[in-house]
Write a protein that binds this ligand. Structure first.
Ligand code: GDP
Ligand code: IMO
Ligand code: MG
Length: 434
């Protein structure tokens, strides 16, 4: 049995898409378990660039099965647009993509509700991706959401659509929202899309569990990152789903006893998009240098990503939540030109030094990072694919992260392309992706 989860160890955009793409070669199925088209997973194959939002990165490997699990919220228009762009690029989707009949359906009304809640006076704006993700999960949790199986059943869809939209219109009226919703137009569009995706819809929990029973291997692909998890992240500055390892079980219907390992993906530094606390954020020139060198601009919204230094207490926290067996450190090359590289080893909170992540935004915002400074390597690591070829100072940097986080660094990424990847010889990681 070899079913592993690969997920983000920070605030998203850690390079999960690239890593899943590289190692999906060794698995039979790649399954996404949460989120929606708020995700943006960028994968380069040669000079061809793909940004996957809803469809698992495994779709880029012909012959692999890609599963959209029950834990996702699906904007049907975004899904077919992504399917079309992949097909146009010569990558077959139909026949390889399987969509859970229990995933929830996202509507333009969800985007409208989100716009309203982000802009309302007195409400803290989260800085969301404006895709309607939160309101769609709200409907799911409130038990009025519409699932894919219901979208495919014309009678149920009609009845539920009318009921859900009636409620949205009442809220919009009460809050004085002037935006018009083309309810009939959306309904017709969704009916059309339902027929297009019908052949791909199935009980993906049955599909996955049958496959596992037959000895096939599954790679679970996380979206967002642990610090954006609805429970374990920097609430309320989080996304509305379970991005951490537990989400892989609830979001696919595969039991924890069927999962063999969890791999975290982290940058060699750290970034965040949107609002919320960020103890190691660097607001001066070094932050801009990281942003420029790392091209740290959102792949979904194009927003500049906030940049900062590696945060050990945060990584220890996400390692505990997820039970990381190994860590992938990406974008090492981005740090190539720095003379010194600060790493946060603890926080000062008032007069105390702490290493725990506090539960409230107010407490988190008061944290002052305590840094240890490591020497930079000042030579290019771009594209290096063997551990021995890394400069000594870069190896020392990685070993420092490994020792202080307590998680092995089993894989290092030195560029966006598949072959710009190091698997550390003798690591547990090497065993897991063999
Ligand atoms: P994801 O959401 O976790 O899949 O990450 P994103 O795709 O949003 O952001 C990661 C970005 O970094 C993408 O543009 C990748 O092509 C790029 N990338 C990934 N790994 C590396 C690396 O090791 N070095 C460099 N320079 N870029 C990388
Ligand atoms: P990937 O999978 C980085 C952030 C948004 C915002 C918060 C809530 O590419 O790593 P949402 O639209 O989800 O309600 O926004 O979460 N966010 C991400 N940040 N990477 C992502 O995905 C993100 N998905 C959501 O910026 O702060
Ligand atoms: Mg991303």
């Amino acid at each position: 049995m070899r079913n592993i989860i690969i997920l983000g160890a920070q605030w998203g955009d850690e390079g999960k898409g690239k890593i899943v793409d590289v190692f999906s070669e060794k698995f039979d199925i790649v399954a996404r378990y949460q989120g929606g088209h708020n995700a943006g997973h960028t994968v380069f194959i040669g000079d061809r660039k793909f940004v996957l939002k809803l469809i698992p990165s495994g779709i880029l490997r012909p012959g692999k099965q890609a599963v959209i699990g029950n834990g996702l919220v699906i904007d049907p228009a975004a899904l077919v647009a992504e399917m079309d762009s992949l097909e146009k690029a010569g990558l077959p989707v139909s026949g390889n993509l399987f969509i859970s009949n229990r995933a929830h359906v996202l509507f333009p009304a969800h985007r409208m509700m989100e716009k309203m809640s982000e802009a309302r006076p007195g409400r803290v704006s989260i800085g969301t991706t404006s895709r309607g993700i939160g309101p769609c999960y709200e409907d799911k949790t409130a038990r009025r959401g519409i699932r894919v199986a219901e979208l495919l059943d014309p009678e149920t869809f009609r009845a539920k659509y009318d009921a859900v939209m009636e409620e949205k219109i009442a809220i919009a009226k009460a809050l004085d929202i002037s935006e018009e919703l083309d309810l009939a137009g959306v309904y017709r569009e969704y009916e059309r899309i339902a027929e297009r995706i019908r052949p791909m819809v199935c009980d993906t929990a049955v599909l996955l569990n049958d496959a596992i029973r037959q000895g096939k291997s599954v790679l679970f692909e996380g979206a967002q990152g642990t610090m954006l998890d609805i429970d374990h992240g920097t609430y309320p500055f989080v996304t509305s789903s379970s991005a951490s390892a537990g989400g892989a079980c609830t979001g696919t219907g595969v039991a924890p006893t069927r999962i063999s390992a969890v791999i975290g993906v982290s940058k060699a530094y750290i970034t965040r998009v949107g609002g919320g606390p960020f103890p190691t954020e660097v607001l001066d020139g070094a932050g801009d240098r990281i942003r420029q060198r790392g091209n740290e601009f959102g792949s979904v919204t194009g927003r500049p990503r906030r940049c900062g230094w590696f945060d050990i207490p945060l990584l220890r926290y996400t390692a505990a939540i997820n039970g990381f067996d190994s860590l992938v450190v990406t974008k090492l090359d981005v740090l190539d030109e720095f003379d010194n590289i600060p790493v946060c080893v603890a926080y000062r909170s008032g007069k105390k030094e702490i290493t725990a992540i506090p539960p409230t935004v107010a407490e988190m915002q008061q944290l002052e990072p305590v840094y240890e400074c490591l020497p930079g390597w000042k030579v290019s690591t771009f594209g290096i694919s063997s551990y021995e070829q890394l400069p000594a100072a870069a190896r020392e940097y990685l070993e420092f992260l490994e020792n202080r986080t307590g998680v092995e660094v089993g894989c290092i990424s030195t560029g966006p392309e598949r072959n710009q990847t190091i698997v550390k010889p003798g690591s547990r990681f090497q065993d897991l992706v063999r």
